[in-house]
Structure formats: C-alpha cells, structure tokens
Write a protein that binds this ligand. Sequence first.
Ligand SMILES: NC(=O)C1=CN([C@@H]2O[C@H](COP(=O)(O)OP(=O)(O)OC[C@H]3O[C@@H](n4cnc5c(N)ncnc54)[C@H](O)[C@@H]3O)[C@@H](O)[C@H]2O)C=CC1
Length: 444
Amino acid sequence: MESLTGTGTSTGTVGGEYHALLARHDAMRLRNRLLSPRRSAEPDLPGPARYDGAADQRLITEYLDLVTPFGELIEHLYAEMFRRRPYLRSLFPASMDFQRAHLARIFRYLIENLHDPDEVAALFTRLGRDHRKLGVRPVHYRTFEAALRVALRRTAGGRWTDAVEAAWVRMLRFAVAAMVEGAEATLAEPPYWQATVTAHELRRPDLAVLHVRPHEPYPYRAGQYAAVESPLLPQAWRPYSLACAPRPEGELELHVRQTCEGGVSEALVTRTLVGDVLRLGPANGTMTLDDDALDRDLLLVAGGTGWAPVKALVEELAGRRPGGAGRPVRAAQERRRVQLFLGARSRDELYDAWVLADWADCRPWLRVVTVLDEGAAAGAYGPVAEAVARHGDWSGHLAYVSGPPAMVGATVSRLTAAGLPADRIRHDPLLDAGGVRPRPAAAR
Ligand SMILES: NC(=O)C1=CN([C@@H]2O[C@H](COP(=O)(O)OP(=O)(O)OC[C@H]3O[C@@H](n4cnc5c(N)ncnc54)[C@H](O)[C@@H]3O)[C@@H](O)[C@H]2O)C=CC1
C-alpha cells in the first residue's frame, strides 16, 4: 500500500501503468481477503459503528461560519495536499473547478446528515466503490486528512479550537471508513470498464446519441446511470444515464446534450469518433424496476435527455411482456398500464421521435403524451410537471421522473401534493454531478 505513494508522475494525468499496478495490488488484496475474510484490510481506519454524529454535527455547525463558504477552505486544502504529495495532482482533471464544487457539496451533505450515520455510511460506501475508478487508495485519504487540518486552521483564524478540529477529523474518518469499506467490498469487480464507441449520431447540433461496446461484461439494470470519462479530458467523469436495457451483445446507448464549452459533454458531442475508447464507472441509481414495481401502473415522466433512462425502462418492460426475450412478468402484471409524459422544448427537440412512433404502434399497454414548451401540437403543452398534474389522478401509481433538476423537483412536488406518497416516486440525485445527494429538504 504505502509503496504506491511514490507511483505516478508529478504532472499530467494518471496513466495506464499506474492503473495496471493498482489492478495487481487489488488482485492481491482480494486473494488475501478470500483466504482470511475476517481480517480488515485497513485495520487502522475506524469502522462506522457507534459514531455519535449528532454531537459532532452540533460542534461543527456552531463554528461553521469560520470556514464557510467553503471556497477558501477547499483552495487551501488542495494546495496543501498537492504540496505534500505532488503526484496526487495526476489523479485529478486538468480543471479543478468541478472538483472544488463537488467537494463543497460533499462537505455540506456530510454536515447536514451527520445525525444519521447509517444514511451517511450508505452513501459513502457507494462513493468508495465509485472512487476506485480514479485510482484513489486508502493511504491518499490520510494525506487528505492532514491537508484538511491545515486548511481548516488557515481558513478559520483565531477563534478555531482543537475540539472543533477533532470533530471535523472524526467526521472525515467516519466517511472515509465507509468509502474504504465500499472499495474493499467491490474488489472483485473492475474499477472501471473500457468501451469502444461503435456509433455516434449527431441528432441535434448540440445533442448526440452514442453507442458504446464495453470490452468486458458491464453489469447494470435498466434505469441506472454511470460516470463516463472521455480520453480528451482525463479524470473528468460525468454521470450519464444508460439509454437501453441490458442487451445480449452488451452494447450501451448514451444520450448527451452539450451543456457548455470545453467540458465532457462537448467532448462527447462534438469531438468523439467511432473507434474512440471511453471509460465507464460502475452503474448506479435506484430508478430500476423491482418485481413489486410491476404490480402497479407506472407513470414515467421525462424531460429532454432525461428521456434516456425512461427509454431503458420501457425497453425492459417490453422485453418482459409476452413476445419479449426478458424474464416474463406474471399474468396479473401484464394488465398493468404505463403512462409516459415526455417533455421537449419543441417538436424538433424530440430527437428520438421515430422510436416513440414505433412504440405507439406495437405496445398497447403504453400511452405516450409528448409535452412541448411551444404550443399544444403534440397533445399537451407547458411545463411537463403541470401537464402531468392536469392529466389525471396518479395517487395509485409508481412514478419515475428524469430530466433537468428543476423539472424533476417540480414534478415530484406536484405529484406529492396530489397524493402520491414520496416513497413511490423514484428519481436520480437532483444536484448530483458526482454521486452526492442533495439535502433531505430538496424533494427527492
Ligand atoms: N436520470 C436523470 O434524471 C437524467 C437527467 N438528465 C438531466 O436532464 C437535463 C436534460 O437537459 P436538456 O435535454 O437540455 O433538457 P431541456 O432543457 O431541453 O428540457 C427538457 C424539458 O424539461 C422541461 N423543463 C426544463 N426546465 C424546466 C423547469 N425549470 N421546470 C419545469 N420543467 C422544465 C421542459 O418540458 C423542457 O422542454 C440535464 O440537466 C441532464 O443533466 C439527463 C439524463 C438523465
């Protein structure tokens, strides 16, 4: 483990050799764990049991104004970390803006949820699994901790106390223990999957549909999302929903809207060619069809490229109905109906319209309403949340909502106000660009 700290280059991005070394190291750890499963791989990191998060939350919150907004703290933290271990810079993307914002979200999430250690541990266990793709090792967290302590003192100034710092450190160690646990539990799966682009269609000037073929079997369920990295922007990973149900040949579909210049979405939409090799992180997300989901009528609501996971869900449903190749649904479940609302800015923005037309012809259990921002030509109009609310009583349904965060939030609010229990509405993290959930107050 410690020997890895000297690996890598002091500048540039993390390379194949580093990942090959990590893979060999993971294989050794897995072997050791299988031979002696009770042995903790990182005995010096504390486990999450019996952590009094509420007490630390009170202390941290009382002195929070000394270190917020988090911008300055995070600047100091990364500066100190890269000063101590320059090679760690290679584990991060060239531009740190996104990373800084992401870390601020993580700190906010941690502090706001610390009274609920189980919830925090569950999220950070998933994050630990996901962080394997970055080449992060447990030893790196110790450097992070040391840098955080320096940064806290530098930012807070004279009123800072050892007791508050100790609370921050306990909070961090608690989260790190869960991350290490998550990484250890998934040692048997690859930290990332390489996937070759087999098709790239520009459907709108700023929107592409990509097909990619993973080099190894890629486990996921319809409705899930994965972090994607382009070789044009190493170590910059962004989440995209997988737009198809698992297929026998293993090919995946991604829908990407360019959201800004110079980012991952631009690289995928305008600078990616057939034959390029992307990397995918492990699949995540709870917008999936469990068996009990099939006992209810379904309401699917999608806006823009939020159509992607909903398309995958409908594909899975079709595969499980008579005539489909998937695991069949029970007879009673066959009678269940699916109502889909698809929001788009204009008719031209319905970039997958031919799929909808095909489906309307051969899927009598599916009803589709397209909702255009401009005019009522396709059957409904106005913000998709309002169209859904106008169209009926959804209180007995199970709902899946996907699209711009404001649209998802508005739809969830309308549905809960109309009597649909919150635990029957599924959607991905709203503010998430890297796996962190928003505060509980934001409707999910
Ligand atoms: N799993 C998920 O939740 C997924 C989410 N997305 C997100 O969906 C968004 C898609 O972007 P675009 O294709 O550019 O969508 P867009 O900006 O074209 O919006 C699509 C439709 O959503 C509705 N909408 C948009 N903003 C709204 C608001 N503030 N309030 C109510 N309704 C609103 C409108 O009906 C609009 O026509 C991105 O933010 C992306 O991150 C994309 C894929 C999957």
